[in-house]
Design a protein around this ligand. Structure first.
Ligand SMILES: [Zn+2]
Length: 479
């Protein structure tokens, strides 16, 4: 999602915290005022953590002041408050519940109570001998870190908060960093367009949400398929929605666990964000995506290298010098920055250039809010289907001529996709993909990612151009 200010509106649950995610705290605090302003403008916080954000606490933690841990609990409760006494409608009986003769099936419902305490990862439970609560930087994350061993990861320092204004020094060298956020620079290893003109790569980010099913119903009625870039912490909230998306022929991809701008995180935090998300997807679906999309498109060569080392190819929405990003701006409506008409008209202007492109394009939309889903099914997709000349709406792997089996580790038989970081080439041209026209040439380019990995674990292997796969000229080692 493009709007940094909506971060904490979107992600209330299970934000990665602890020693692996300290910069999350920093990032969140820096954006607190933006969040609050967004909410004041009418954003729809579907989550319970608004108070947390207003208090300047990291997403997922409580805004309540530290308090003694509840009786019988271990250490690590971020905050604990006495449970309020529930009051049912008409409840005048003992302890706020209705009189006994009023308790029956179908009686008026009260308001569900929130969980009063957010226990920190690593908190000690009250069971003698039990291990601490699982933490984001568990031994499992350390195991995933091993996937980076022998792979060249550019030594770029994390950006302050993933924004250009927040880190002018990094922004000044955005091209060299391959930092899309401040330069729209992409690399050959990014998927940024559909290769065939008039192909519309349909993507929805940030779900699964309560509104995803409304979108799926419409897509089913129109026989449309999309790529869903899902948030891990939301997958555990609505696993059945993810299953529905997958089983009805849509593609599933990783969009991190807590939707922080990845360039602002440490290597270990990035690994945790990607690793936990692919794990929960695999747990629910039985397959592990081979692609990912960075929240806000916030990617640089360090994030790229880590993603590729973990077997996930970055996917960004199309940007062109003439039209800018193919962003429906639906998030601006959810955030109260634009109304529906202004958002739609802005995107129509962008789309006006689409028919003159030499390629197709990938469009950014969201299925997190009802308004973004309404814009999609009532206007954006509707207009796409009615467009003359006709657009061909497809999931991104599909429009990229990538067999759907290659979109998941368990079904992938292609040794050249996802691209590997263990390849070595001598020139940029050797690694240029058929769609790399907007690639940057600064240090840390895709070719450098490859060439620098000559120090990697497979450096002694022979290197060859493996072939033309689905419109990509890719380089890989034969092993
Ligand atoms: Zn997003």
């Amino acid at each position: 999602m493009k709007l940094q200010a909506l971060t904490a509106l979107l992600f209330s649950t299970a934000t990665l915290r602890g020693t692996c995610a300290q910069s999350h705290v920093r990032h969140h605090r820096q954006h607190r005022s933006q969040h609050d302003a967004m909410v004041a403008r009418g954003g729809q916080p579907p989550v319970a953590s608004l108070a947390n954000r207003q208090a300047g606490n990291p997403a997922g933690s409580s805004s309540k002041p530290p308090a003694p841990t509840p009786q019988g609990s271990g250490s690590g409760g971020i905050a604990a408050t006495p449970r309020p006494t529930p009051v049912a409608p008409g409840g005048t009986g003992t302890n706020g519940v209705p009189p006994l003769n009023a308790i029956s099936s179908g009686m008026p419902a009260g308001t569900p109570l929130p969980v009063p305490t957010n226990y920190a990862p690593g908190a000690i439970p009250p069971v003698p001998g039990a291990p601490p609560l699982p933490a984001p930087c568990s031994s499992e994350v350390q195991q995933w870190m091993q996937e980076l061993t022998g792979v060249y990861i550019p030594p770029l320092s994390p950006t302050v908060n993933g924004t250009c204004a927040g880190d002018p020094a990094a922004a000044a060298e955005a091209t060299a960093r391959g930092w899309w956020t401040c330069s729209w620079i992409t690399r050959d290893t990014d998927i940024t367009t559909c290769p065939t003109p008039l192909d519309w790569g349909v993507s929805f980010d940030d779900g699964p949400s309560p509104w995803s099913e409304k979108l799926l119903n419409y897509m089913g009625s129109q026989d449309l398929k999309a790529t869903f870039f899902v948030v891990g912490s939301r997958v555990i909230e609505r696993p059945n929605v993810l299953v529905e998306e997958y089983m009805t022929g849509n593609e599933i991809s990783v969009h991190t666990w807590s939707h922080h701008p990845l360039t602002s995180l440490t290597n270990e935090q990035i690994v945790a964000e990607l690793g936990w998300t692919r794990k929960v997807i695999q747990t629910v679906l039985g397959v592990t995506p081979t692609t990912m999309r960075p929240p806000y498109g916030d990617i640089d060569d360090r994030v790229r290298a880590i993603s590729l080392a973990m077997g996930m190819v970055p996917v960004i929405w199309t940007s062109t010098p003439a039209s800018g990003p193919f962003d429906t701006n639906d998030w601006k409506v959810a955030g109260g920055l634009l109304n529906g008409a202004a958002s739609y008209n802005a995107f129509e202007a962008i789309l006006g250039n689409a028919t003159s492109l030499s390629t197709g394009f990938i469009v950014l939309e969201h299925d997190l809010f009802e308004v973004t889903v309404d814009l999609a099914i009532g206007y954006t997709l509707n207009a796409a289907l009615a467009h003359d000349p006709p657009f061909s709406l497809k999931p991104i792997g599909n429009c990229s001529n990538i067999p759907v089996g290659n979109m998941y580790v368990e079904t992938n038989t292609n040794i050249t996709f996802p691209y590997r970081n263990n390849t070595v080439v001598t020139t940029t041209n050797t690694t240029t993909s058929s769609r790399g026209s907007d690639s940057g040439s600064g240090s840390g380019s895709a070719s450098q990612l490859h060439s620098n990995s000559a120090t990697g674990r497979r450096k002694s292997l022979p290197w060859v151009v493996a072939g033309l796969i689905g419109g990509y000229v890719v380089v890989d080692s034969l092993t």
